[in-house]
Design a protein around this ligand. Structure first.
Ligand code: IPM
Ligand code: MN
Length: 358
């Protein structure tokens, strides 16, 4: 198969980790007889430096004309003082919106070889930790109306609004139920329906959709309780579905309890097969350019791309097994290093994974 992949390397460690993911994709192409055509485009800080815009129009055009998008990370202190709509992060929000990628899939799973890095007590993790957060990605507070005003007394007020329409809740709920059907058939819908109107609508709509999935066990849970349950009893969760802001926060928490932020991939999907794949971690400017970063989250994001956008299941399995093998053989980047293991660089980690794809 020939597939066009738009590549956004981004800022900080972005270029290094994406290069490793491309090495792995090239290996998959060779072994399985595919062709991946890369088209480099700018977004984030590097795009601001070159074009003055975090998301140049050309980038949107190329992404829309591709079969999928691979993204490293954007942002850095250099651009921290720019106004909100000119920051690198605005590029990321913009591309998600432009491609209508409403569903963000973030798996958090305890990797046996890395269980030492898990900060939870063994009595909590002994029942397992294998969940997926399905985060609504182009609605809610991150996309609502904003304003900052100053009144006649000089009082400054800033406002962000969290709005959801029924169809937005319905489509993300369906993604969660379909996903649960392929897993352990359990959905928790996370909201704050005891306070927020948008959450009350969320609850009404998710309950309606749940009726179409009688084979899936369904419950509501408040977001504050969810934050607590994630560290108290994460084994109870299979699929969590929630709005944009809650999902942003909870997915960082979920990744942290696996002990390996540098390991977690994500997929952002819309109605069709075009998707955007990126690690959930940031651009780590402090270690950029030092060949120290952990490329695994990006490599696993490439595996998700094969699975969700290209329907290449065995190719995706091959990448995931290669990652497991390299970790089981004791190789670690600095962020997941522990005693008795062999520390390797970003590019060495990529090479080791490539070698395991046969
Ligand atoms: C993420 C990031 C982004 C988000 C930022 C950089 C806009 O934190 O992907 O989780 O909040 O969605
Ligand atoms: Mn985030």
């Amino acid at each position: 198969m020939i597939k066009k992949i738009a590549v956004i390397k981004g800022d900080g460690i972005g270029p290094e980790i994406v290069t490793e993911a491309q090495k792995v994709l090239d290996r998959v192409a060779k072994v399985y007889g595919h062709t991946f055509e890369y088209r480099d485009v700018l977004m984030g800080g590097c795009a601001i430096d070159e074009t003055g815009e975090p998301l140049p129009e050309e980038t949107v055009k190329v992404c829309l004309d591709s079969d999928s998008v691979l993204l490293g990370a954007v942002g850095g202190h250099k651009w921290d003082d720019l106004p909100g709509d000119k920051r690198p992060e605005a590029g990321l929000l913009g591309i998600r919106g432009a491609l209508k990628l409403f569903a963000n899939i973030r798996p958090a799973k305890l990797i046996p070889a890395l269980s030492d890095a898990c900060p939870l007590k063994e009595e909590i993790t002994k029942n397992g930790l294998d969940l997926v957060i399905v985060r609504e990605l182009i609605g809610g507070a991150y996309f609502g109306k904003r304003s900052t005003t100053v009144d006649e007394n000089g009082v400054k007020t800033a406002c962000d609004s969290m709005a959801y329409s029924d169809y937005e809740v319905e489509r993300i709920a369906r993604v969660a139920f379909e996903m649960a059907r392929k897993r352990r058939k359990k959905v928790h819908s996370v909201d704050k329906a005891n306070v927020l109107d948008s959450s009350r609508l969320w609850r009404e709509v998710t309950h309606k959709v749940a009726k179409e999935y009688p084979d899936v066990e369904f419950s509501d849970i408040l977001v504050d309780n969810t934050a607590m349950q994630l560290v108290h009893n994460p084994a109870q969760f299979d699929v969590l579905v929630t709005e944009n802001l809650f999902g942003d926060i909870l997915s960082d928490e979920a990744s942290m309890i696996t002990g390996s932020l540098g390991m977690i991939p994500s997929a952002s999907l819309g109605e069709g097969t075009l998707g955007l794949y990126e690690p959930i971690h940031g651009s780590a400017p402090d270690i950029a350019g030092q060949n120290k970063a952990n490329p695994i989250a990006t490599i696993l994001s490439a595996a998700m791309m094969l699975r969700y956008s290209f329907d290449m299941q065995k190719e995706a399995d091959a990448i995931e097994s290669a990652v497991d093998k390299v970790l089981n053989d004791g190789f670690r980047t600095g962020d997941i290093m522990s005693e008795g293991k062999t520390q390797v660089s970003c590019s060495e980690m990529g090479d080791l994974i490539v070698k395991e794809i046969k």
